[in-house]
Design a protein around this ligand. Structure first.
Ligand code: TA6
Length: 287
């Protein structure tokens, strides 16, 4: 790491390589800023973000784990009231290591999670296994031209995950995500399966899960063109709340929805308990 600072009282690490800079908060291991060049910000952070315990930060790259959205009944058999997008957006993560080489600088943060709603609970007749601790790692590697964000968990367990990246755009009406695919589940239409144009535009509330998305996507806006490459994912989620839904979200200002789109690399499939290794690569193509 090349620096340490406090942003709204939250400890943050500064990673740099040449002109490129990243800021990551230890709260949530949330990347808050990525500038490949001075004053060229690729991520969006809400001016109304809440900077306090138990509230996730709106913007940057929130880490969703071990479930995405509201927990599926398989992950929440006791039907408890659980936070949206998992447990780790509001945890304090610890710096594991950092280093600088001739080609990149990198850092790794970790968090230990003890409780899982879906781990067996002991009852008088059935003594459950002691609860295991699970370690989750977030590794960032910054080169002169790209940022890679890797989320991993070596343990085999039922887990979903997403890197819920908020990308900064200039003019929503002129913004497109290209090459994503044609088939998606539309969360705005009660999860209906829809087939549409593979070039996605933003003229209404968009909340879509593409389960056969391409690994390489292009985000084109009036501001810049960004390449997004994904590995270890089975779905890509694209979200923009649009005007009406945006007005119901307390930490979004009135016109903020015009300034970002979320393109999220996700592992949502619950048929496997394989270890997790999910990566999103971000690089500026043209500004
Ligand atoms: O990824 C899309 C989504 O799940 C939407 O349905 C929307 O609710 C959004 O994430 C934001 O969730 P949050 O818990 O951060 O308010």
């Amino acid at each position: 790491i090349t620096g340490f600072a406090h942003l709204h009282d939250l400890p943050c690490y500064l990673l740099s390589f040449g002109e490129a800079k990243v800021v990551v908060s230890s709260y949530g291991a949330q990347v808050l800023s990525y500038q490949p060049k001075p004053d060229q910000e690729l991520l969006w952070l809400s001016p109304l973000a809440v900077w306090q315990q138990q509230q996730p930060i709106r913007g940057g790259v929130p880490v969703c784990w071990p479930w995405f959205g509201s927990a599926d009944s398989k992950l929440n058999p006791q039907q408890q009231s659980l936070p949206n997008h998992g447990l780790v957006r509001t945890r304090h993560w610890t710096l594991q290591q950092s280093r600088v080489t001739a080609d990149y600088s990198e850092l790794c943060l970790s968090v230990q999670v003890k409780e899982f709603p879906y781990q067996a609970k002991s009852t008088p007749t059935n003594k459950a296994e002691p609860t295991k601790t699970t370690e989750l790692l977030l590794s960032l590697r910054l080169t002169a031209t790209s940022l890679s964000i890797n989320l991993s968990c070596e343990q085999s367990l039922l887990q979903q995950a997403a890197l819920h990246s908020y990308f900064k755009v200039d003019n929503l009406a002129q913004t497109q995500v290209n090459g994503i695919g044609e088939h998606y589940r539309d969360k705005v239409l009660q999860n209906r399966l829809v087939t549409a144009d593979p070039d996605l535009r933003f003229n209404k509330e968009i909340d879509r899960i593409y389960s056969h998305a391409a690994a390489e996507l292009a985000l084109n806006s009036a501001l810049h063109q960004v390449a997004i490459t994904q590995q270890g994912f089975d779905s890509t989620v694209v979200w923009n709340p649009g005007e009406a839904r945006s007005a119901t979200i307390a930490d979004l200002a009135k016109d903020s929805y015009q300034q970002f789109v979320c393109v999220e690399s996700a592992r949502l499939d619950l048929s496997s308990e394989a270890p997790l290794c999910l990566t999103q690569f971000i690089s500026l193509q043209q500004s």
